[in-house]
Design a protein around this ligand. Structure first.
Ligand code: CP
Length: 317
């Protein structure tokens, strides 16, 4: 069961809530490829995206998700909005509330921005990534993809490699994986690792080979130059030499290990082109699963707030 007004992170969700969202996402996925199965179940809903940071996958897949279910989608267009005249996030949200927006999908550079907005607006708020804190729908689509292939989480070793300390994707995945019984192992340059993640149930292993050995999933992370206050490594070539995932490193993982990356990928930096395009790479499937997961999240939140009463042919479980 999942009966919240907002989706702000995986930290506060139970394993049961996560599984519930993944089950609904599975029932949504076939609508992506089969237009006759689409319905107008969110036809009365008004969904707005507020992206204070750049995005391709998250923003466009929320648009696709809403449109596939008949929602009215709009984008604030932050760079041309009154944010540039100094309007605050709360004032922006309160104005959108009065215009009848039912869901606000927020991406913001500041940790806690989504929580702040959610406390101050009537609409549901979905955290589309806040600073280095959380990116819950990314982790949900990652979990969906892992479950699709591995069928269960218990005991799975998930090696998460790269700029861990700046990664909201890594944090949300750690919360989710630990709750579902998997073992996240975090690796990268010591300057990009955060030992505090051990308190969340992750293993921190600076030795890349040890981290990848016998892994069921090898997940790369984007190097977030925009969030680094000081250079965390001498140069990109140096990073790739010691922490890039190439085919030789991948061979250390289990023979059926999945290759994942939230994107955008710096090809040849975090992962070699051969690994990105490997037959076991599910990076593009992750993008597709993101649409299904966001269809589920939009539907559930709109149901929870009473905007949607009837979900078309689809039954709430
Ligand atoms: N993975 C992810 O959040 O990608 P975007 O920044 O393109 O949304």
């Amino acid at each position: 069961m999942f009966d919240r007004k907002d989706l702000l992170g995986l930290k506060d969700l139970s394993g049961e809530e996560i599984f519930y969202i993944l089950r609904i996402a599975a029932s949504m996925k076939e609508k992506i490829d089969k237009p006759p199965l689409r319905d107008d179940s969110l036809g009365k809903a008004n969904v707005a995206t507020l992206f204070y940071e750049n995005s391709t996958r998250t923003r466009m897949s929320f648009f696709a998700a809403g449109q596939l279910l008949g929602a009215q989608m709009s984008d604030l267009g932050v760079s041309t909005s009154s944010v540039n005249k100094g309007e605050s996030l709360i004032a922006t949200g309160k104005n959108l509330d009065e215009m009848g927006v039912n869901v606000m999908v927020l991406r913001h550079q500041l940790t806690g921005a989504a929580h702040l907005l959610a406390e101050n607006v009537k609409a549901s708020v979905i955290n589309g990534g806040d600073g280095a804190n959380e990116h819950p729908t990314q982790a949900l689509l990652d979990l969906y993809t892992v479950l699709d292939y591995k069928k269960a989480f218990t005991g799975l070793k998930v090696a998460i490699i790269g700029d861990v300390s700046h990664s909201r994707v890594a944090r949300s995945n750690v919360f989710g994986l630990v709750k579902l019984g998997a073992k996240p192992v975090l690796s990268g340059p010591p300057t990009m690792l955060d030992r505090r993640m051990e308190t969340l149930g992750a293993e921190v292993e600076p030795d890349l080979k040890k981290a990848v050995r016998d892994a069921d999933v090898v997940m790369g992370l984007r190097i977030q130059l925009e969030r680094q206050k000081a250079a965390a490594f001498p140069d990109l070539r140096e990073y790739t030499r010691f922490f890039g995932v190439d085919e030789k490193i991948l061979e250390l993982a289990k023979p059926d290990a999945l290759v994942m990356h939230p994107g955008p990928v710096n090809r040849g930096v975090e992962m070699s082109c051969e690994v990105i395009d490997h037959e076991r790479s599910v990076i593009l499937e992750q993008a597709k699963n993101g649409v299904a997961v966001r269809m589920a999240v939009l539907t559930l939140l709109l149901r929870n707030t009473g905007v949607v009463k009837e979900a078309g042919k689809w039954q709430f479980l």
